[in-house]
Write a protein that binds this ligand. Structure first.
Ligand SMILES: *[C@@H]1O[C@H](CO)[C@@H](O)[C@H](O)[C@H]1NC(C)=O
Ligand SMILES: *[C@@H]1O[C@H](CO)[C@@H](O)[C@H](O)[C@H]1NC(C)=O
Length: 218
Protein backbone atom coordinates (compact mmCIF):
# COMPACT_ATOMS: atom_id res chain seq x y z
CA UNK A 1 0.00 0.00 0.00
CA UNK A 2 1.24 3.47 -0.74
CA UNK A 3 1.73 5.70 2.29
CA UNK A 4 1.33 9.40 1.69
CA UNK A 5 4.83 10.84 2.06
CA UNK A 6 5.80 13.97 3.91
CA UNK A 7 6.26 15.78 0.67
CA UNK A 8 2.70 14.93 -0.31
CA UNK A 9 1.47 16.57 2.88
CA UNK A 10 3.66 19.55 2.19
CA UNK A 11 2.31 19.82 -1.30
CA UNK A 12 -1.25 19.53 0.02
CA UNK A 13 -0.54 22.34 2.46
CA UNK A 14 0.86 24.53 -0.27
CA UNK A 15 -2.12 23.86 -2.48
CA UNK A 16 -4.41 24.74 0.41
CA UNK A 17 -2.63 28.06 0.82
CA UNK A 18 -2.87 28.67 -2.87
CA UNK A 19 -6.64 28.17 -2.78
CA UNK A 20 -7.03 30.76 -0.04
CA UNK A 21 -5.55 33.43 -2.22
CA UNK A 22 -8.09 34.83 -4.66
CA UNK A 23 -6.80 33.92 -8.05
CA UNK A 24 -7.79 36.20 -10.87
CA UNK A 25 -6.67 33.99 -13.71
CA UNK A 26 -8.34 30.67 -12.97
CA UNK A 27 -6.07 27.86 -14.10
CA UNK A 28 -7.39 25.09 -16.24
CA UNK A 29 -7.66 22.03 -13.97
CA UNK A 30 -5.09 19.43 -15.04
CA UNK A 31 -7.84 16.81 -15.31
CA UNK A 32 -9.18 18.71 -18.32
CA UNK A 33 -6.03 18.38 -20.39
CA UNK A 34 -6.65 14.83 -21.61
CA UNK A 35 -10.23 15.46 -22.83
CA UNK A 36 -9.11 18.80 -24.28
CA UNK A 37 -6.38 17.10 -26.28
CA UNK A 38 -8.82 14.44 -27.44
CA UNK A 39 -11.16 17.13 -28.70
CA UNK A 40 -8.22 18.99 -30.25
CA UNK A 41 -7.28 15.80 -32.11
CA UNK A 42 -10.79 15.44 -33.52
CA UNK A 43 -10.78 19.07 -34.58
CA UNK A 44 -7.70 18.52 -36.71
CA UNK A 45 -10.00 16.78 -39.23
CA UNK A 46 -12.44 19.64 -39.44
CA UNK A 47 -11.41 20.77 -42.90
CA UNK A 48 -12.17 17.38 -44.38
CA UNK A 49 -15.53 16.94 -42.67
CA UNK A 50 -16.78 20.51 -42.43
CA UNK A 51 -15.66 21.83 -45.78
CA UNK A 52 -15.18 19.09 -48.33
CA UNK A 53 -18.46 17.33 -47.56
CA UNK A 54 -20.52 20.51 -47.89
CA UNK A 55 -21.63 22.49 -50.94
CA UNK A 56 -19.35 25.43 -51.75
CA UNK A 57 -20.10 28.47 -49.56
CA UNK A 58 -22.61 26.51 -47.50
CA UNK A 59 -23.63 28.42 -44.37
CA UNK A 60 -25.92 27.87 -41.44
CA UNK A 61 -27.94 30.38 -39.48
CA UNK A 62 -26.58 31.15 -36.02
CA UNK A 63 -27.05 33.81 -33.39
CA UNK A 64 -24.49 36.59 -33.68
CA UNK A 65 -23.21 35.69 -30.21
CA UNK A 66 -22.46 32.22 -31.54
CA UNK A 67 -19.78 33.75 -33.76
CA UNK A 68 -17.48 33.52 -30.79
CA UNK A 69 -13.91 34.31 -31.79
CA UNK A 70 -10.63 35.01 -30.04
CA UNK A 71 -11.34 38.70 -30.71
CA UNK A 72 -14.71 38.33 -28.93
CA UNK A 73 -12.80 37.15 -25.88
CA UNK A 74 -10.45 40.15 -25.99
CA UNK A 75 -13.44 42.47 -26.33
CA UNK A 76 -15.16 40.97 -23.31
CA UNK A 77 -11.97 41.26 -21.29
CA UNK A 78 -11.82 44.95 -22.16
CA UNK A 79 -15.48 45.45 -21.37
CA UNK A 80 -15.54 43.71 -18.00
CA UNK A 81 -12.71 44.62 -15.69
CA UNK A 82 -11.14 41.67 -13.88
CA UNK A 83 -13.26 39.18 -15.81
CA UNK A 84 -12.78 35.70 -14.40
CA UNK A 85 -11.42 33.12 -16.87
CA UNK A 86 -13.89 30.63 -15.49
CA UNK A 87 -16.78 32.82 -16.61
CA UNK A 88 -15.38 32.91 -20.13
CA UNK A 89 -14.89 29.15 -20.05
CA UNK A 90 -18.53 28.64 -19.02
CA UNK A 91 -19.63 30.92 -21.82
CA UNK A 92 -17.44 28.95 -24.24
CA UNK A 93 -19.27 25.75 -23.31
CA UNK A 94 -22.66 27.41 -23.63
CA UNK A 95 -21.88 28.89 -27.04
CA UNK A 96 -20.33 25.82 -28.57
CA UNK A 97 -22.93 23.42 -27.30
CA UNK A 98 -25.40 25.44 -29.37
CA UNK A 99 -23.06 25.59 -32.36
CA UNK A 100 -22.55 21.81 -32.44
CA UNK A 101 -26.28 21.25 -32.08
CA UNK A 102 -26.95 23.51 -35.05
CA UNK A 103 -24.39 21.77 -37.25
CA UNK A 104 -25.83 18.35 -36.40
CA UNK A 105 -29.34 19.59 -37.09
CA UNK A 106 -28.54 20.38 -40.76
CA UNK A 107 -26.91 17.01 -41.40
CA UNK A 108 -29.20 14.32 -42.78
CA UNK A 109 -28.98 10.92 -41.09
CA UNK A 110 -26.67 9.49 -43.77
CA UNK A 111 -24.50 12.53 -44.45
CA UNK A 112 -20.79 11.51 -44.53
CA UNK A 113 -19.96 14.12 -41.88
CA UNK A 114 -22.56 12.96 -39.43
CA UNK A 115 -20.52 10.32 -37.55
CA UNK A 116 -17.63 12.78 -37.25
CA UNK A 117 -19.85 15.53 -35.86
CA UNK A 118 -21.57 13.16 -33.45
CA UNK A 119 -18.16 12.01 -32.19
CA UNK A 120 -17.05 15.60 -31.81
CA UNK A 121 -20.14 16.43 -29.80
CA UNK A 122 -19.67 13.43 -27.59
CA UNK A 123 -16.06 14.44 -26.89
CA UNK A 124 -17.25 17.96 -26.17
CA UNK A 125 -19.74 16.59 -23.64
CA UNK A 126 -17.06 14.46 -22.01
CA UNK A 127 -14.96 17.57 -21.62
CA UNK A 128 -17.88 19.48 -20.14
CA UNK A 129 -18.42 16.67 -17.63
CA UNK A 130 -14.80 16.90 -16.49
CA UNK A 131 -15.05 20.70 -16.34
CA UNK A 132 -18.11 20.56 -14.07
CA UNK A 133 -16.51 17.89 -11.87
CA UNK A 134 -13.31 19.88 -11.49
CA UNK A 135 -15.03 22.85 -9.85
CA UNK A 136 -17.15 23.21 -6.74
CA UNK A 137 -20.87 23.46 -7.54
CA UNK A 138 -21.10 27.00 -6.06
CA UNK A 139 -18.95 28.27 -8.88
CA UNK A 140 -21.76 27.58 -11.33
CA UNK A 141 -24.29 29.46 -9.25
CA UNK A 142 -22.21 32.58 -9.03
CA UNK A 143 -23.77 35.67 -10.49
CA UNK A 144 -22.32 36.59 -13.86
CA UNK A 145 -21.16 40.10 -14.75
CA UNK A 146 -24.02 41.99 -16.40
CA UNK A 147 -22.62 42.01 -19.96
CA UNK A 148 -21.93 38.30 -19.82
CA UNK A 149 -25.35 37.53 -18.35
CA UNK A 150 -26.85 39.55 -21.16
CA UNK A 151 -24.99 37.54 -23.81
CA UNK A 152 -25.98 34.33 -22.03
CA UNK A 153 -29.67 35.28 -21.95
CA UNK A 154 -29.69 36.06 -25.64
CA UNK A 155 -28.06 32.75 -26.47
CA UNK A 156 -30.69 30.82 -24.59
CA UNK A 157 -33.65 32.77 -25.88
CA UNK A 158 -36.41 30.97 -27.79
CA UNK A 159 -35.52 31.18 -31.51
CA UNK A 160 -38.92 32.79 -32.28
CA UNK A 161 -38.13 35.63 -29.93
CA UNK A 162 -34.71 36.42 -31.39
CA UNK A 163 -34.93 39.60 -33.48
CA UNK A 164 -34.07 38.98 -37.17
CA UNK A 165 -31.14 41.40 -36.93
CA UNK A 166 -29.43 39.03 -34.47
CA UNK A 167 -29.03 36.18 -36.93
CA UNK A 168 -25.84 35.63 -38.90
CA UNK A 169 -24.72 33.09 -41.47
CA UNK A 170 -21.49 31.18 -41.02
CA UNK A 171 -19.96 28.09 -42.57
CA UNK A 172 -19.63 25.00 -40.39
CA UNK A 173 -15.86 25.11 -40.94
CA UNK A 174 -15.64 28.71 -39.69
CA UNK A 175 -17.68 27.84 -36.61
CA UNK A 176 -15.38 24.95 -35.78
CA UNK A 177 -12.31 27.11 -36.44
CA UNK A 178 -13.67 29.52 -33.85
CA UNK A 179 -14.36 26.69 -31.42
CA UNK A 180 -10.81 25.43 -31.87
CA UNK A 181 -8.96 28.76 -31.55
CA UNK A 182 -10.98 29.98 -28.59
CA UNK A 183 -10.48 26.61 -26.88
CA UNK A 184 -6.69 26.97 -27.17
CA UNK A 185 -6.92 30.51 -25.80
CA UNK A 186 -9.22 29.81 -22.84
CA UNK A 187 -7.57 26.54 -21.79
CA UNK A 188 -4.06 27.51 -22.80
CA UNK A 189 -2.37 25.76 -19.85
CA UNK A 190 -3.15 22.46 -21.60
CA UNK A 191 -1.78 23.63 -24.95
CA UNK A 192 1.19 25.66 -23.80
CA UNK A 193 3.88 23.00 -23.87
CA UNK A 194 3.58 22.18 -27.56
CA UNK A 195 4.33 25.65 -28.86
CA UNK A 196 5.86 27.64 -26.04
CA UNK A 197 6.14 30.82 -28.04
CA UNK A 198 2.56 30.87 -29.25
CA UNK A 199 0.05 33.11 -27.52
CA UNK A 200 -3.29 31.55 -28.46
CA UNK A 201 -5.17 34.60 -27.23
CA UNK A 202 -3.29 36.96 -29.50
CA UNK A 203 -5.52 37.82 -32.43
CA UNK A 204 -2.70 39.08 -34.65
CA UNK A 205 -0.87 35.79 -34.21
CA UNK A 206 -3.77 33.96 -35.73
CA UNK A 207 -3.98 36.19 -38.77
CA UNK A 208 -0.32 35.59 -39.43
CA UNK A 209 -0.91 31.86 -39.15
CA UNK A 210 -3.75 32.06 -41.61
CA UNK A 211 -1.69 34.02 -44.14
CA UNK A 212 1.08 31.48 -43.91
CA UNK A 213 -1.32 28.64 -44.57
CA UNK A 214 -2.79 30.41 -47.56
CA UNK A 215 0.65 30.92 -49.01
CA UNK A 216 1.53 27.27 -48.51
CA UNK A 217 -1.61 26.23 -50.32
CA UNK A 218 -1.06 28.32 -53.45
C1 LIG B 1 -3.81 20.34 -31.30
O1 LIG B 1 -4.01 20.04 -32.66
C2 LIG B 1 -3.08 20.59 -33.54
C3 LIG B 1 -3.45 20.17 -34.95
O2 LIG B 1 -4.72 20.60 -35.27
C4 LIG B 1 -1.68 20.11 -33.20
O3 LIG B 1 -0.74 20.76 -34.03
C5 LIG B 1 -1.36 20.43 -31.75
O4 LIG B 1 -0.12 19.86 -31.40
C6 LIG B 1 -2.45 19.85 -30.85
N1 LIG B 1 -2.17 20.25 -29.49
C7 LIG B 1 -2.18 19.40 -28.46
C8 LIG B 1 -1.79 19.95 -27.15
O5 LIG B 1 -2.50 18.24 -28.58
C1 LIG C 1 -18.50 31.55 -52.99
O1 LIG C 1 -18.23 32.80 -52.38
C2 LIG C 1 -17.23 33.53 -53.03
C3 LIG C 1 -16.92 34.75 -52.20
O2 LIG C 1 -18.05 35.32 -51.66
C4 LIG C 1 -17.71 33.89 -54.46
O3 LIG C 1 -16.73 34.62 -55.12
C5 LIG C 1 -17.99 32.58 -55.19
O4 LIG C 1 -18.53 32.88 -56.47
C6 LIG C 1 -18.97 31.72 -54.42
N1 LIG C 1 -19.07 30.41 -55.08
C7 LIG C 1 -20.24 29.82 -55.35
C8 LIG C 1 -20.16 28.51 -56.05
O5 LIG C 1 -21.31 30.30 -55.03
Amino acid sequence: MVQPSNSAYLLGGLLGLFLLVPVQMAQTPASMCTPLKTLNDSLSQRRRYMKHNFPINYTIKVHHNEIFKVSSISKMRLLVEGLDELVLQRLWFQVNQGVLKKIIRVLPERHPSRPYTARLESRFRDLEGVFVQAHPAEVFQQELPETIQDTWDRLTEEPERVPPSSWRYASPKTLLDNLCYTMRCLFRECFASTEAQQDYCDVSHQRKGKKKRLKLKS
